[in-house]
Write a new protein. Structure first.
Lengths: 340, 530
């Protein structure tokens, strides 16, 4: 017996037994949200449910919404379904959502990474019958080196720039990647400045107790010269903007899984690309899938057709989740915020 | 390979010419001699002969990585570069080594001596001994197209910095038909007589495009005007009783153009001509596709030689009676050229490209408008008192081309680009209306901004109708203005025609697909300009 716990509709993933959607992309009555990135937490739903640590950022981004919270591991009955949220390791507060209906268990991964980053709650494998997994980096060309090696690269780059009296501007998404980088920086090298979008998110996360080093918001009246050799964390869109010009002949860098590809690195036009992703690489996608014990795998977000074909050759019952964009590719070109 | 990998990384991590030049100069000062020589060769378009096919590389890499071949094939368009794809999927090296660049190149050169199994073993062993960057570079040596952001000019400048030699003199030494196997550092860079090789061409001087009005160039009497021919740039060298024909791409093409064997009968040795190679009908150039048939043939059948005879329309003299005269003013060089060619028989494969008389820019603009009737692309303007420089330098030579032809066409297929543009849809097929049908007639890849390509990429993902491998058939909705330089009949294409240098002039967001041009419009252009 294999009841259909979740279905795929034009609004997103839906649970008929509990009458709720997970990360829907069109307005619905009740939405369960894995994390606060814009392509997962959208405005316009009647009621929201997210983890306690994810909630403040979602409120910050979406304003006045009816948002209920849940602790990691807490069981909640919704109609005929029982749901629990489990750490996904993607960004602070991010969750996988486990849905149980009549003994059949399905898990929606949201976005996830396996390797602990020291900042967000570490990924937790959840046993299930069916696993709906992202596969942003579901190609064998994507594999990540340990975080400590990348941190050493970034700090080495910063120190070298600082020694030349230049600022270092590092492009990173304002929620998640920016704070992960902050936690990896060596504040002994120099001052750390932030773009407003990053600093606002920092404030939210600091108030929750996430430990971030001291940063200074680079407001228009800030005297840049008073902070020689600074590290500047800004959203990628700010690189090359008038905002960035005030730092003079600064060195520029990008931190993202896409930096693994030379073509993307060059297209982004930054001096340096650091391969640092908040998603699982090829090997970790397989580990995660294996550890769920699931035989039925639905893939979404990424190279879905290629990845599902590969899983099928590995003995899984693999299918592609139809998504709004109907595409198999990354959104690196169109800068999906979480696709990093 | 580690030193070369470091050089590559330094170059790849910078967009600044000064940083790249310094890194390369540093390498030229310290690397072993053979590595230096190969580095010069690679950055001037020379590479070892390809001993394995890219198909074999993919198969061997898939096998080594324990992946099915299809998965490697699917990964390739995402990465956009086969050498890189393979470097990224291979497991970490099991027996790291520290051989030189030359060692690995010699390994590749020696592959042609051994059988298939041995080749495979050598390639696998190389992968096992190299780190990720090393593998990428090793694979690049095999697949060719060694473009990593270092132009020949930049390489020559770095070499000048490292050796203390004059950049122009070095550029001259690096021309011609050498490989690291046929020369030494001493002979190529340091030997006292750079003219030792009789076949050596001079670096070509390249013109800039004139975008504004010619009035900005000053007084008309300071300038000489010629037609800008639609052929291939070439140098004809007469030295020591022999002749050599070089293309601008530094390819020795003497054997492809047997017509020039007669030239030493008319002209003395010690002369070098710069001009345009064109197929000639006796009075004017034939369309470019006539010349194209000749370029592709290493040996020329009699009939083709008769149907599309090639001549050089000479417009400059670089060497006279054995003397390099590039420093003399153009007016003087051009007068010497005209005198030298004045008495040649009318069927000689060498003619002076005519000067165009004009006494005002308005008169010249009127002449330019008639360029297509002359089978020219526009005009060349050259400053009369200028020396012959090397490479593309602004100021003395300008191409003043006709405005391109253009049509509005509907995008029907899209494909992802390569390299820098992998993951972006940048390669499009365009169609024109034939009744209610859209007939494809050209592809185009360039002309839009990165922001526009981003926007179109997102659109393509949402508007795909069908997939054929990497190609997407999309809703026929987007209209683009396609600019092109010429139009030719082409029985191989469904539309019956082919465009020269098509590119996207702009995205016509204002135009619905129904209002795009028709095949009949294109046929009218073919009649008028083909």
């Amino acid at each position: 017996m294999s009841a259909t716990v979740l279905t795929f509709t034009d609004r997103g993933i839906y649970c008929p037994a509990g009458d709720f959607h997970i990360d829907p992309w069109r307005p619905v009555d009740r939405a369960l949200i894995t994390h606060g990135h814009a392509d997962h937490a959208r405005p316009g739903h009647g009621a929201y449910l997210a983890t306690e640590p994810a909630a403040p950022v979602i409120r910050h981004r979406l304003g006045e919404i009816a948002l209920d919270t849940i602790r990691f591991g807490e069981r909640r009955r919704i109609g005929g379904a029982t749901v629990t949220f489990h750490p996904a390791g993607h960004i602070p507060g991010s969750a996988q959502i486990r849905v149980e209906v009549g003994g059949e268990i399905w898990v929606v991964s949201g976005d996830y990474k396996l390797a602990p980053d020291g900042l967000c709650e570490a990924f937790e494998p959840v046993r299930c019958h069916a696993f709906i997994t992202e596969c942003t980096f579901g190609l064998p060309v994507f594999s990540w080196r340990p975080q400590q090696e990348i941190a050493a690269e970034i700090n080495g780059w910063w120190a070298a720039n600082a020694a030349e009296g230049r600022a270092s501007i590092l492009g990173a998404y304002s929620l998640g990647k920016a704070q992960r980088l902050l936690a990896l920086l060596d504040p002994g090298i120099g001052p750390i400045l932030t773009h407003g979008a990053v600093e606002n998110t920092n404030a939210v996360l600091r108030s929750q107790g996430y430990a971030l080093p001291e940063t200074r918001h680079a407001t228009p009246d800030l005297d840049v010269k008073a902070h020689p050799g600074a590290m500047v964390i800004a959203p990628p869109s700010a690189l090359g903007s008038t905002w960035a010009r005030r730092f003079g002949r600064a060195a520029t860098g990008m931190a993202s899984g896409w930096m693994r590809l030379r073509g993307v690195r060059r297209r982004r036009g930054a001096d340096r690309g650091f391969v640092l992703s908040d998603h699982a690489d090829w090997g970790d996608l397989h580990s995660a899938i294996r550890e769920t014990g699931a035989e039925k795998i639905f893939v979404t977000h990424g190279y879905t057709e290629i990845f599902s074909r590969w899983l099928a050759t590995q003995g899984y019952d693999a299918q592609v989740v139809p998504t709004e964009f109907g595409g198999e590719e990354d959104e690196s070109a169109t800068s999906g915020e979480d696709a990093a | 390979m580690k030193a070369f990998s470091r050089l590559f990384t330094a170059i790849d991590q910078s967009t600044k010419t000064s940083v790249k030049t310094a890194a390369l100069a540093e390498y030229f000062r310290n690397a072993p001699e053979e590595d230096r020589l190969w580095t010069i060769a690679l950055f001037s378009g020379r590479r070892p002969k390809r001993a394995v096919t890219t198909t074999q590389l993919r198969e061997w890499a898939a096998e080594r990585a324990g992946l099915p071949l299809w998965l490697v094939e699917e990964s390739y368009p995402v990465v956009g570069d086969l050498a890189e794809t393979i470097a990224l999927i291979l497991p970490p090296p099991s027996s790291p080594s520290d051989h030189t660049l030359s060692h690995w190149i010699n390994t590749l050169v020696d592959l042609s001596q051994v059988d298939q199994d041995a080749r495979k073993a050598q390639i696998l062993a190389a992968w096992d001994g190299l780190d990720e960057t090393g593998r990428f570079l090793f694979n690049k040596l095999i697949t060719g197209g060694f473009r990593i952001g270092v132009s020949r000019k930049l390489m020559t400048r770095a070499l000048a910095q490292a050796t203390g030699q004059d950049e122009a003199a070095l550029a001259l030494r690096l021309m011609g038909d050498w490989t690291p196997q046929t020369t030494t550092w001493q002979a190529l860079i340091e030997a006292p007589d750079p003219q030792a090789d009789d076949s050596r061409p001079y670096p070509f001087y390249l013109a800039y495009q004139l975008d504004g009005a010619p009035e900005a160039l000053g007084a008309p009497e300071d300038w000489l005007a010629e037609w800008k021919w639609d052929g291939i740039r070439g140098q004809l060298i007469l030295r020591g009783g022999a002749h050599h024909v070089w293309s601008r791409g530094e390819e020795l093409m003497t054997d492809r153009f047997p017509e020039f064997a007669r030239v030493p009968d008319f002209l003395p040795p010690g002369h070098v001509f710069d001009g345009e190679l064109v197929a000639w009908d006796g009075a004017q150039p034939l369309p470019f596709n006539a010349l194209q048939k000749r370029i592709g043939r290493k040996t020329v059948p009699k009939k083709l030689l008769k149907d599309a005879p090639v001549i050089l329309l000479a417009y400059d003299l670089l060497e006279s009676e054995g003397q390099d005269i590039r420093d003399r003013p153009f007016a003087e060089r051009r007068a010497m050229l005209d005198t030298l060619l004045a008495d040649l028989p009318p069927d000689a494969p060498l003619r002076a490209s005519p000067r165009i008389a004009f006494d005002s820019w308005e008169v010249l603009a009127a002449t330019r408008a008639t360029a297509r009737e002359q089978r020219a692309e526009g005009l060349m303007l050259k400053r009369l008192d200028a020396p012959y420089l090397a490479g593309r330098k602004k100021g003395d030579w300008w191409k003043w081309k006709l405005d391109p032809l253009s049509v509005d066409a509907v995008m029907i297929y899209a494909q992802q680009g390569h390299g820098r543009r992998a993951n972006l849809f940048t390669d499009f097929t365009f169609a024109a209306w034939d009744g209610n049908d859209l007939v494809p007639f050209t592809k185009a890849y360039s002309g839009l901004t990165d922001a526009e390509f981003n926007e179109i990429t997102a659109w393509v993902r949402r508007n795909t109708l069908q997939r054929f491998g990497p190609v997407r058939q999309v809703r026929p909705e987007l209209v683009f203005e396609i600019a092109f330089e010429g139009i030719q009949p082409s029985p191989r294409h469904k539309s019956g025609l082919a465009l020269r240098f098509p590119r996207m002039a702009r995205w016509r967001r204002d135009k619905p697909a129904q209002e795009a041009n028709t095949l009949a419009d294109l046929r009218d252009m073919l009649t008028a300009y083909g």
